[in-house]
Each structure stands twice: as structure tokens, then as C-alpha cells.
Design a protein. Structure first.
Length: 270
């Protein structure tokens, strides 16, 4: 369970919330080491750009430093690996996915007083730069390149279909809680893909405790994890909750069959 309130979460750097969230999922997560590395990167960035009074050039300098000199880059080869969602692994490998690389860059940008914020665009996490009196600019944290709205529209059509259109809410500054909830979903998916069911179960528990209490889809997913862990009674309970809450969902009929089969199994005590 996270140790802070929703208000406290929104007031802290995104990366700090991510560290606390990951600690809740993995008790062995080296949070102290991650904090030391973040402080070191911030110090290096401040020192490298201290003589640059112009904010525009300071942002360009940070992009160059982060993606070119330090070598952070999106992991094209193992995009769905759990190594890309745990910040200690991202810092070690200098590879990640948009949300993890974006959280690191956002932390450094704020340390340099740059007007960078987070956007939960439907296709992926994006960084937004808002200069006074100018139209917002957008950066793809996967590679540090600027994004046009034309490119983002193409992403959206590929994701939602050819008739999808950009909406103003897609570009709204995101709250930390919403970002971390999506991050946690990606983390859970990666762990499930790797067969790490106990860790995936902790993701569900954190999600239900901090971000999505009572959410039937999250509880359905937890039921699946319980089933993989051979906790049939717990799986049945979660599946029945989903069926009751979402009777019109196509998955409900399939889960009814699953519940019937699971109820035939002898009760196992874990």
C-alpha cells in the first residue's frame, strides 16, 4: 500500500511516486540506490547547463545530454520486458519505454525549472513543453524527438481506427495518479508475460488499494492471477464479482463457465 495521500502524490515528483509504487510491488526494489542515481543525474545536468541562461537552449541541452551523451533510449528489441518498467533496471541499462524514460526526463526538467509536463496521450506517454505565449510542443520520450500533431493523429488512427480524431482532452496535463495507474498496468502485463504471478498479484493489490478500488476489470485480472497461482477459491470470488458488476460484458459468459469448472476443484489451502 502506498504511504501517502492523493494530494501528497500530486505534489511530489512523478518519479518519487513511481519509486514508492514499485517498492509496494517489490520489497527488494533498491529505492535508495535509485534516489542516489537520480540525485547524481540532476547534479550532472545542473552543472552541465549552469551557464545557459536561456530556457529554450537549456531544454535543447537537456535533450542532448539525456539522449545523446548519457545514451538513454527506447528499448525497441524488448519493449515489453519488465526491465523497462522498473526504474533501477532502466537506470542500469539506459533503456526503457516512454513512461519510464519520460518520468526520468521530467524529473530533470523540473530541477532545471523548465516548463515540461506529462500527457497521457491514448497511444503512449508524451511530454508537453509550454512556453509563455506559444503553442505547446510535444516530445516523444522514447527517443527525445519533437512530435507534430500530424504524427500524433497518425498514431491515434493506428490505435483507434481511421476515423479517430484528435481531441483537446488527449493533450491535457496528466495527474500523477493517472500516470502511475497506467504504469502499474504495464508493469503487471510485463510480469504476467514473464510468468511472475506473485509479483503481478502485488501489482493488482496496489492498483485496487491506491488507484482503482473496486474496479471490476482489475478484480477480474486478479482472479486470473489467482487461478494461475492455483488459488481457485479466490479466483472464483473475483470472477463472480466481475460477472455481477459487468453482466453485459462478453467476458462474463466465459467466466461463468470458468467458475463452474473451478468450483469442481477441491479447496486448496495456501
Amino acid at each position: 500500500m502506498l504511504r501517502f495521500t492523493e494530494q501528497e502524490l500530486e505534489q511530489m515528483p512523478l518519479v518519487d511516486g513511481a519509486v514508492a509504487m514499485t517498492e509496494a510491488v517489490d520489497p527488494h526494489f533498491p529505492a535508495g540506490w535509485v534516489s542516489i542515481q537520480l540525485a547524481r543525474l540532476a547534479q550532472e545536468a545542473e552543472h552541465a547547463l549552469m551557464d545557459e541562461p536561456d530556457s529554450y537552449l537549456r531544454l535543447e541541452g537537456l535533450l542532448r545530454l539525456f539522449y545523446r551523451e548519457w545514451g538513454f533510449i527506447g528499448d525497441h528489441e524488448q519493449y515489453f520486458s519488465s526491465d523497462n518498467v522498473f526504474l533501477d533496471k532502466v537506470l542500469e541499462r539506459k533503456k526503457g519505454i516512454p513512461v519510464t524514460l519520460g518520468a526520468l526526463f521530467l524529473f530533470l526538467a523540473h530541477r532545471l525549472d523548465l516548463p515540461v509536463s506529462a500527457v497521457c496521450f491514448p497511444t503512449q506517454f508524451v511530454l508537453k513543453v509550454e512556453w509563455y505565449g506559444s503553442e505547446p510542443q510535444y516530445i516523444n520520450p522514447f527517443d527525445g524527438e519533437y512530435l507534430s500533431k500530424h504524427m500524433m493523429a497518425a498514431w491515434l488512427k493506428g490505435h483507434k481506427g481511421p476515423f479517430s480524431e484528435l481531441r483537446s482532452e488527449y493533450f491535457a496535463t496528466a495527474e500523477n495518479g493517472d500516470i502511475l495507474a497506467r504504469w502499474l498496468t504495464v508493469m503487471k502485463s510485463a510480469l504476467l508475460r514473464e510468468g511472475l504471478f506473485a509479483e503481478a498479484l502485488r501489482c493488482s493489490d496496489v492498483a485496487l488499494g491506491a488507484f482503482r478500488p473496486g474496479d471490476p476489470h482489475e478484480i477480474r485480472d486478479r482472479g486470473y492471477i489467482y487461478q494461475q497461482l492455483e488459488c481457485s477459491h479466490a479466483a472464483v470470488s473475483d470472477y463472480e464479482y466481475f460477472i455481477e458488476q459487468c453482466p453485459e460484458d462478453p467476458a462474463a459468459e466465459l467466466l461463468k463457465i470458468q467458475v463452474k469448472e473451478l468450483n469442481k476443484e477441491p479447496l486448496t489451502l495456501h
